[in-house]
Design a protein around this ligand. Structure first.
Ligand code: SF4
Ligand code: SF4
Ligand code: SF4
Length: 380
C-alpha cells in the first residue's frame, strides 16, 4: 500500500517572540499571505491527487505561529477546506506553539481547526528556552500561566521536551514527576537532541549518543511503564514502540520511517521546499526548490537531486552499516538530519543508533512480558 497520509510541515511565519539558545530557525519577518497560501495549497493538493494520496496532515509551525492573528488561521482553514473538497482530499491540522502569544482569542480557531488539541515545547530543567531579552525562569512562568489558561478552556496540551545535561543530572524520575505530577501533563514526547544549524555553545553541549543519555531513556521508559502506562499517560516514543512490539496499531515518529522523503515535506513562507523544518531553515544546499517558482510540485520533487539523496540513504545504510541489525525493519538507519548535523553527510546512520538499539530491545522485552502476563490471566 502506498502513502495514505502525507505530512506537510508548513511555516506560515519565520517571526518568533522567543530567542531559544539552541534554535535552528532563521528568524525573520517573512510571513505567508493568504493569496500565496492559496497558490501553495493548490499545488500541494494537486501533488496528492497525482500520487493518489487521500489525506494531508498539516503541521503548523514557525517561527512562532501565534505571532499571526487567529483570524488569519480561520481564513486559512476555510480556504484549505475548500481546495481539499474540490479535489476529494481530506485535510487535518496540528499546531506547534511556544504558547507565549496564547489568549482566549485563540479558543474558537483551536476548537474548530485543531480539535481542541495543541502541542508546545518545554525542557526540564529549562536551560535554553527564553523570551527575547528574558531569562529561562521568565519563560517557565509565562509558559505555565498560558498552559493553565488553555487547559481551563478545555484545550488538551501536549508537550515536546528535549533532554539536556541538567535533565540527565536530574534523572528520569524527577523529569517524569515534573511533567506528570507537578504540571499535570498527560501526553508528552521526548526527542533525541541534535545540533541542527549553525553551531553555538548550547548546541556544543548537547548530549549526543553516549551511555548517560541511553540510561536516561531506559529509566524514563521504566518509570512510565510502572506509573503512567496503565494510568493513560501517553509518553512518546515509548508508547508507540510498545504498541509496535505488541503488534497493535502505532504511528512511529518520522525518525524511524522507511524513507521520510516519501511522506513528509516542509515549506517556509518564502516558498522554499525541503525535507523538514531544520533543512529548510539551515541547509539551503538541500532545498528541493521553490513552490512559487514551479508549475507542478510533483515535477519539481521528481527532478530534485537533493531529494534523490534522501531516497538513496536507507539502501546505502542497509548495504554498509545496518544490514546485521535486528531492528533494521523498524529503524532504517534513523533520522537524516540527526546524521547530517553531526557527520556533515546524509550517508551515516543516526548518531543515536546505540540508544535506539537499547531502547528497542527494552520495549520489545516489556511487550513480551505483558503478553505473557495477559496470556496467564486468560488461562486463570
Ligand atoms: S520558540 Fe522555536 S522558533 Fe522560537 S526561538 Fe524557540 S526554538 Fe526557535
Ligand atoms: S530528516 Fe529526520 S526529523 Fe526530518 S522528516 Fe526526516 S526523519 Fe523526520
Ligand atoms: S538501530 Fe542503528 S544499526 Fe539498527 S537500523 Fe537503526 S541506525 Fe541502523
Amino acid at each position: 500500500m502506498g502513502t495514505q497520509v502525507f505530512s506537510l510541515i508548513l511555516l506560515p511565519t519565520l517571526k518568533c517572540n522567543a530567542d531559544c539558545d539552541y534554535c535552528f530557525e532563521d528568524k525573520t519577518n517573512d510571513r505567508l499571505s493568504l493569496e500565496r497560501l492559496q497558490v501553495l495549497i493548490d499545488k500541494v493538493l494537486d501533488h496528492l491527487v497525482e500520487k493518489d494520496i487521500p489525506e494531508l496532515l498539516i503541521h503548523w509551525q514557525g517561527g512562532e505561529v501565534m505571532t499571526l492573528p487567529p483570524s488569519w488561521f480561520a481564513r486559512a482553514y476555510a480556504l484549505i477546506g475548500e481546495a481539499a473538497e474540490q479535489r476529494g482530499r481530506v485535510v487535518s491540522h496540528g499546531l506547534q506553539t511556544n504558547m507565549i502569544g496564547y489568549s482566549a482569542r485563540w479558543d474558537p480557531v483551536i476548537r474548530e481547526m485543531f480539535d481542541n488539541v495543541i502541542s508546545t515545547s518545554l525542557d526540564y530543567p529549562n536551560l535554553y528556552r527564553r523570551r527575547v531579552g528574558q531569562t529561562v525562569d521568565d519563560y517557565n512562568g509565562v509558559w505555565l500561566d498560558k498552559v493553565r489558561l488553555a487547559r481551563a478552556a478545555g484545550i488538551e496540551v501536549g508537550v515536546i521536551a528535549v533532554p539536556n545535561a541538567a535533565t540527565l543530572a536530574l534523572g528520569a524520575a524527577g523529569f517524569y514527576n515534573h511533567f506528570v505530577d507537578e504540571l499535570g501533563i498527560r501526553s508528552f514526547q521526548v526527542n533525541t537532541p541534535f545540533p541542527g544549524g549553525e553551531s553555538n555553545t548550547a548546541k556544543g553541549l548537547m548530549p549526543l549518543g553516549g551511555d548517560t543519555l541511553g540510561r536516561f531513556f531506559i529509566e524514563l521508559a521504566e518509570v512510565w511503564l510502572a506509573r503512567g502506562y496503565q494510568q493513560g499517560v501517553r509518553l512518546g516514543p515509548f508508547d508507540e514502540l510498545l504498541a509496535y512490539f505488541s503488534g497493535t496499531h502505532c504511528v512511529l515518529p518520522c525518525i524511524w520511517t522507511d524513507d521520510c522523503a516519501n511522506h513528509i515535506l516542509c515549506i517556509d513562507p518564502r516558498g522554499n521546499v525541503a525535507q523538514c523544518d531544520c533543512w529548510v531553515a539551515s541547509y539551503p544546499d538541500y532545498w528541493f526548490g521553490n513552490i512559487f517558482e514551479c508549475d507542478s510540485l510533483s515535477t519539481m520533487l521528481a527532478g530534485s537531486a537533493a531529494r534523490e539523496r534522501f531516497h538513496q540513504r536507507p539502501m546505502a545504510l542497509v548495504a554498509r552499516d545496518c544490514i546485521e541489525c535486528d531492528y533494521l525493519a523498524l529503524c532504517h538507519g534513523g533520522c537524516p538530519v540527526r546524521a547530517f548535523s553531526v557527520h556533515g553527510t546524509l550517508f551515516e546512520k543516526d548518531p543515536h543508533c546505540a540508544l535506539y538499539k537499547t531502547l528497542f530491545g527494552h520495549l520489545a522485552s516489556a511487550a513480551a512480558r505483558m503478553a505473557r502476563v495477559s496470556a496467564g490471566e486468560g488461562r486463570a
